[in-house]
Design a protein around this ligand. Structure first.
Ligand code: PMV
Ligand code: MG
Length: 357
């Protein structure tokens, strides 16, 4: 039996801007995992999940037809990951086979509750890796990232794939996404998957960061779930309200995250914290300009309380609920913050950064 795990992630900075090719974000992988088990069978395959069984199939109406929103259902990512990886396997002359695939997720609770830790990315990455082992394919991080990213594109995900990168590479990362129009143009040329993954993808960069030894990441959870794909849809449709303001946001976010990356290289915790606060301001302003609520009242409280205890805090990811992150200098004691958060209904998630050995 093959068993493969992939970690969840959290955004540290650069959200929304990172959806545009070449605009940097910083992410971490966290030590909660999705595990995919795969067993060879004869004549019939199956996909089973302990956590996804009760999930609804979401649909909208388009010209009187039901249209599925595939982006919200992990089964579609699993199917897409199988499709892309098997296309690649066939191109390198592997014989396709049957298997039972079982998914066990620590990133979703059994009542379907999500923490916003990137379960659709992790399930895609774990499925791609399991199939690479099953078909005895090369299993490099770059290949797995590109196959998983192609799976995400085929589900029409509007994300940057930063979550996919964090789940593949682990640790702290600086990430800029690829030009998805370029990828689509290559696919239209009927390029094989093999040819496509062997090409260099414009604007894509994934760079490991080494944090200062005393930098401590603390995670607060608001308890309310948010849909990243819907929030990104909304920002995309509302940014034209003030195109100039959005262009400025993109530029300032890039400059802020670049300064943060430099501060990582210089091991300067004060400067990292300063950029976290700056990035929070940029996101709050962008939210005002677009009318899309990123920092909810619960996230504001999470940040304000953390700031009172000398942490640098902001919403993480798309916001609208889910988690906030706080960066501390390890000297600071954290127990008073935990108590103060509890009083405001914020839960500390006891997660650690996951580094691949
Ligand atoms: O809400 P999360 O943790 O999935 O993060 C989303 C981050 C965005 O930049 C808003 C979208 C993306 O895919 O990069
Ligand atoms: Mg989120």
């Amino acid at each position: 039996m093959i068993e493969v795990s992939a970690p969840g992630k959290l955004y540290i900075a650069g959200e929304y801007a990172v959806v545009e090719p070449g605009h940097p974000a910083i992410l971490v992988a966290v030590d909660q995992f999705i595990t995919v088990s795969l067993e060879k069978t004869e004549d019939m395959g199956s996909i089973t999940s302990f956590q996804y069984g009760n999930l609804p199939i979401l649909w909208k109406r388009h010209n009187d037809q039901l249209v599925l929103d595939k982006r919200e259902n992990p089964f579609h990512y699993i199917l897409a990951a199988i499709n892309v990886t098997e296309s690649y396997a066939k191109e390198v002359h592997k014989q396709l086979d049957f298997f039972n695939l079982t998914i066990d997720s620590e990133l979703d609770s059994s009542n379907g509750r999500k923490y916003g830790l990137g379960s659709s990315a992790a399930v895609t990455v774990a499925t791609v890796r399991a199939l690479c082992q099953f078909y005895e394919l090369e299993n490099t991080d770059e290949l797995v990232f590109k196959l998983a990213a192609l799976a995400h594109l085929s589900v029409k995900s509007n994300g940057s794939c930063g979550d996919v990168a964090a789940s593949v590479y682990g640790g702290w990362l600086a990430f800029t996404t690829f030009d998805r129009d370029w990828v689509a143009a290559q696919q239209e040329k009927e390029q094989s998957v093999k040819e496509l993954v062997e090409m260099e993808w414009p604007y894509l960069s994934i760079t490991p960061l080494t944090p200062p030894a005393d930098l401590r990441l603390v995670i607060g959870w608001t308890g309310s779930p948010a849909s990243t794909s819907h929030l990104v849809d909304e920002v995309t449709s509302q940014r034209s309200r003030d195109q100039q303001a959005y262009t400025t946001f993109l530029k300032e976010s890039s400059a802020c995250v670049d300064r943060m990356i430099q501060a990582f290289q210089e091991k300067d915790i004060k400067s990292i914290q300063q950029q976290i606060r700056q990035n929070r301001k940029l996101l709050v302003n962008m939210s005002r300009a677009t009318g899309v609520i990123i920092e909810t009242p619960a996230l504001s409280q999470l940040c304000e309380v953390a700031e009172a205890y000398r942490g640098a805090a902001k919403s993480s990811g798309a916001g609208g609920g889910d988690c906030g992150i706080v960066l501390f200098d390890r000297k600071e004691g954290l127990l008073p913050l935990m108590t103060a958060w509890e009083e405001k209904g914020i839960t500390n998630l006891p997660l650690h950064v996951y580094n691949k050995s």
